[in-house]
Design a protein around this ligand. Sequence first.
Ligand SMILES: [Zn+2]
Length: 976
Amino acid sequence: MGLSMKVRRYAIVSVTAFLVAGGFTLAHPQQAAKPAPAQQQDKPAASAPSAPKPNETQAEEFVRLVKEWTTGPEFISPLVDHLPIAQGVPTPKDVLGHHIGAPKILTRTGEALKYYRALEAASPRVKVMNIGTTDEGREMNIIAIADEATIKSLDRYRGYLGQLADPRNLSEAQAKEIIAQAKPIYHLMGGLHSAETGPPEMLMELAYRLAVEDSPLIKQIRDKIIVTITPASDPDGRDRYVEWYLRHMTEISNERDRITGPPYWGKYVFHDNNRDINYSQMSMRALLTWYLQWHPPIMHDLHESVPFLYTFSGQAPQNPTLDPILYGELPMFANFEMTQMIKYGMPGVWTHGFVDMWSPGYLAFMSSNHNGLVRMYETFGNGGATTMKRNVAPAPGAGGGGGGEAPAGGGGGGQTSREWYRPLPPYREVTWSMRNNTNYMQTGVLTALEYASSFPQVILDNFYRKSRNSIDSGKKEAPHAFIIPAGQKDQTRVSTLVSLLRLQGIEIGRAKGEIKLSDGTYPAGSLVVKRDQPYGRLAKILLEKQNFPDANLRTYDDTGWTMGLMLQTEVKPSADKAALEIAVEPVNEYKVTGSIAGGEKAGASPAALVVANYGSNAMVTLRYALKDVAVQAAEKSFKVGATEYPAGSFIIATKGDVASQVKSAIEPLGLAAAGVAAMPDVAKHDVDLPRLAMFTTWGNTQEVGWVRHAFDTFKVPFDLIYKERIKEGNLRAAYDVILIPNQGRTGKGLVFDIESKGKPIPYTKTDQFPTLGVYGSSADITGGMGLEGVLELNKFVQSGGVIITLGAASFFPAEFGITRNVNASRTSGAFYAPGPIVEAEILKPTHPIFYGYTAKTVPVRYANGPLLAVPEADRDRQVLMRFTGGDGAVMSGLMKGANEIRNRAAVVDVPVGEGRVVLFATNPCYRWQNHGEFGMLFNSILHYNDMRQTEKPGATSSTTSMDADMDAQGAHPYQH
Ligand SMILES: [Zn+2]
């Protein structure tokens, strides 16, 4: 690694004065002089930007270069304008070859880890902990920094925090005693969003500074608290973005010339790794697991978008279930940081204007959800390390995000006005550099750590108090418990619900006897989530109906997420306090094992096995697991003995060793089957497996990513195809079904995708950039499928293919006339529906799409898809499900203007030529959340060639011949 450790003198070049006021230390802004204005960054900085001058120490060099890289004297603070040198401890430059904030340089995760490991090897104040791996096999790590004695006793401190996190067995006196000995962990996370490139760089310098600097402030931080760091929350995305930046973006210094980012960050999703409420993604899950082992009272996520530094203060709408203490803590920190940074002369630090406290699904909310404190910054960033002239307040309509998340409804504008919460606003125009970003973020973080280390016992006491209050609130406030009644037909979704709650540390018990409460009676074996537990508040937040507080407020993400509705699994709140006394045994895992019943009655070799379809998503997995076996689906319900088998149940003739294949497949899937002596006398069809393609644009792979993730999880194989394959044509020869997940926003967006600016943008693997060209590859990702692609898709349908469109992708067949008679329009400007759960009515209960659905109405997540209109003559046949509409049909969350969707089509099945198009206005595969809707999508794939009932009477010959044709061609690879 080549640590050329020269003899260095210890130096802090700019000494910050400190004063003690009112018992705590305040960093003082006074310093001898602000650095002179730096030159603009117009020289080619890539060439050895930190080459030392003769006889210059690294500390002097740091000061000189940082001054040069910082685009104005007001964009730096006395906390970060110097670099302490400690003998034997490597600076970032010693390992990486450059100082942090160097233009046109970004660090891959492997190099960063090398640095942290070198720091750990050299400093007893640093410890690196592995917490898992990513989808692509990269390490996930946590870096802990504190004084030497604390690092030696990390487990002891972790024990204290564990006791405060669950204070059920603590007296007040014991809690006080623990608080007196404990230290808060202040956790910092960078690199969740890969285009937000600054935090993973800054954190290395911060780690070094915290480990070696001997200023009173840093000593206080090391002494009083434990700092932990996630260097990159999405390491796969970080590396891919760095390579993309190095390949395509280093020379782009004009905001207007910026190009699109890489088609992928991590394996599946982009920004939605910050919306993964059920922790489905590996890296998010690793962080949650670590969190629940270490209980950091503060989790601080470092993002980039708005200028210059926004410190989250938890504005309205706020989830009222969370502790009021939290809502005091949030602005307490934010205001301290803003005030300090204003004192340092840094403009553009503000609070209270961006992102609210409604959705619990953001990654760092794992902290506030578990009685800690969530913190978040948005620092201004350029989407890379190239210094750039930025128009901070662009004209309305022009985009202005920094490669980071776009502010809701705000573009980049509206953030430079002076407001009560923004007394020293950002400039309208600025030349901004990576070092500016480092300076701001690091100054903010050091100021936050200053505050935390000034009041460590307050933070610990708050944490303890919030944990205790959560338990108490379950005793004082209804609902006191949530009951998951025993006997639900589909046990697999009950199992999923339990595992998602357990993942978050929520305790669940199984009732030993019958439950009799004033508001309900439930059989023995029902599951009980009592609210008088440390995470009782989180249980309430996840399981209750969301009552959005004010229809005039806007929110940054979803308003509804009620888990029982999303999973279409029964969960009953109880307002009876007696629920807390129900005798239960703890449930760690709710394992459902499938079985075959009635084998004896049917004799040793039954004629067939029947697998009940109660709506389990495992049905699709079973079908694919038995891909070489002939499986039929009952088109109506039928009875075997006393058991009713709903429509869509599988019937499998037991030839050869089929019975043992079925048995070994259904056991782990938790499905219920029975052997029958004779084939059931019921209308049925073959469940053929289609040759399936999933189409994605290059410009919007995230929503497709969620579907890919679900299909991978449920083991549904598919080809991921892009514009290149569509334009190649002859699609019908290769595929039976092309699924187009929610993407594009409009038909035009889907077809034309990323605008070409003349120069091709390749996404291909090279020796230098091995993470590019993964999950697909293209010599030019711009331009979209174009009209020639539309023609190919039209040919595909006309010649018997099935296209399934989800959410906004359903604009495409309507707008481009593939479904000539279906029109798609939009809701009015007054309509506002950020992800509520609404009621939908199934109009064609016998259509295969609804196999496993037995109720007339179902809860669906509203996806803001098109308002579909079908001509009256076809409506009765083709509209399979519609939104009930109206305020009464909003089951959770907010829908403003709910009359606009009254009786609008939610799912349409349109025969076209020899094929068909199935348009979902809903998104039946949304963020690993609406498991209750997944079945409609899986059914549309499993029964793609059995949807004849939407055709005109007498016009069925085309389908019949389609089936016959395809059978003759052997087009069903899995059919026997
Ligand atoms: Zn972000």
